[in-house]
Design a protein around this ligand. Structure first.
Ligand SMILES: C[S@@+](CC[C@H](N)C(=O)[O-])C[C@H]1O[C@@H](n2cnc3c(N)ncnc32)[C@H](O)[C@@H]1O
Length: 265
C-alpha cells in the first residue's frame, strides 16, 4: 500500500508537468536505488531483504519501509495507548516483516506478538526481533493462539485486501483470540481513498461502495493487489456479529487509511 499517493508537492507537480514520463521514470528509479543503497549501508539495525518488502508494500525500497512503519506505529500507539495497559499482550495480525511492529516495539512496553501467512517474513522477524512471539497462520482461520490470548489486536493494511467472506471469517477469529472487552484496531480505505486508484473509479464501483458500504476488487496477481474499500457503516456491519464500534479516526493511519477501534462484545 503506497501511503504517499495522497501528498501533493508543488515542485513535484512542476517536474511532472514538464519532464516526460519516459525520462522521469528511469531518473526516479535511479534516485530511489541510490537512496535505498545509502539507507541500507548507513542503518545499524538489520533490515528486511527487498523480496520481503515486495510482499508488504509492493516496492523493494527500505527507506519507504522505515518511514511508513514509523508513521504507522505512531498512529497505532496513539489510538491504543489510552485504552491498552502497559503490560498488555498485543497481536499484530498480518505483521509481515514487522514494518509497524518493529518501530512500535521501541516505543511501547506492550508484549508484542505477530502472525502472518508469509512464512519467510515471519522467520525473518523472529530472527531479527529474537522472540518466540511470531507465528505463521493459514489463509483461513484458526490462528495458532488459544482463545482470549490478547488484550488488543491491530491489523494494518490487511482488511484493505480481504474479500467480504474473509472479512467475516477473520473478524470472528480475531474476536476469539481477544479477551472480553478487548480492542481491535482495524485500518481500512474509506470512500475518499478510492480516488487514489483511478482504475477502480467507475460509476458502478462508486454506487456499490455507497449502497453496500463495501467494495472489493479482486486481483489474482497478489494479495496486496486486491483492494477493499469500506465506509464506516460497511465496516461496522461486517464486524457487527462480534464487535461494537468504539472510535473512528478518519484517515487516522498517518492521514491515509481510516483507523477504527472496535470492542469485543
Ligand atoms: C499490505 S501488507 C501489511 C503488512 C503489515 N501489517 C504492515 O503494515 O507492514 C499485508 C500483509 O497481510 C498478510 N496477510 C495476507 N493474508 C493474511 C491472512 N489471512 N492472515 C494473516 N496475514 C495475512 C500479507 O502476507 C502481508 O504481510
Amino acid at each position: 500500500m503506497n501511503y504517499n499517493a495522497r501528498r501533493v508537492n508543488p515542485a513535484k507537480a512542476i517536474y511532472h508537468k514538464f519532464i516526460p514520463e519516459s525520462v522521469r521514470n528511469p531518473v526516479g528509479m535511479a534516485r530511489r536505488r541510490i537512496v535505498d543503497r545509502f539507507t541500507r549501508l548507513s542503518h545499524s539495525e538489520s533490515l528486511p531483504p527487498p523480496e520481503l518488502l515486495m510482499n508488504v508494500q509492493m516496492t523493494p525500497f527500505v527507506d519507504e519501509f522505515i518511514r511508513i512503519g514509523e508513521r504507522s506505529a505512531r498512529s497505532i500507539q496513539s489510538a491504543l495507548q489510552p485504552c491498552v495497559p502497559a503490560a498488555a499482550h498485543v497481536l499484530d495480525f498480518g505483521c509481515g516483516c514487522g514494518r509497524t511492529l518493529l518501530p512500535l516495539s521501541k516505543t511501547t512496553a506492550w508484549e508484542l506478538h505477530g502472525c502472518d501467512v508469509d512464512s519467510e517474513a515471519v522467520a525473518w522477524l523472529a530472527r531479527t526481533a529474537s522472540g518466540d512471539r511470531f507465528r505463521v497462520n493459514g489463509t483461513k482461520p484458526p490462528l495458532p493462539f488459544a482463545a482470549e490470548s490478547f488484550n488488543a489486536i491491530y491489523a494494518v493494511s490487511v482488511f484493505t485486501h480481504f474479500s467480504e467472506a474473509e472479512q467475516y471469517a477473520w473478524s470472528a477469529e480475531l474476536a476469539r483470540v481477544l479477551v472480553p472487552r478487548g480492542v481491535a484496531a482495524i485500518t481500512t480505505m474509506g470512500d475518499g481513498v478510492i480516488e487514489n486508484f483511478p482504475a477502480h473509479v467507475t460509476p458502478e464501483n462508486r454506487a456499490r461502495l455507497r449502497n453496500c458500504g463495501f467494495l472489493f476488487i479482486e486481483d489474482e496477481r497478489a494479495f496486496n493487489a486486491r483492494a477493499a474499500f469500506h465506509t464506516l457503516g460497511g465496516l461496522t456491519r461486517l464486524l457487527s456479529a462480534e464487535f461494537d464500534l468504539w472510535q473512528h479516526y478518519e484517515r487516522g493511519l498517518d492521514g491515509f487509511q481510516d483507523l477504527t477501534l472496535f470492542v469485543k462484545r
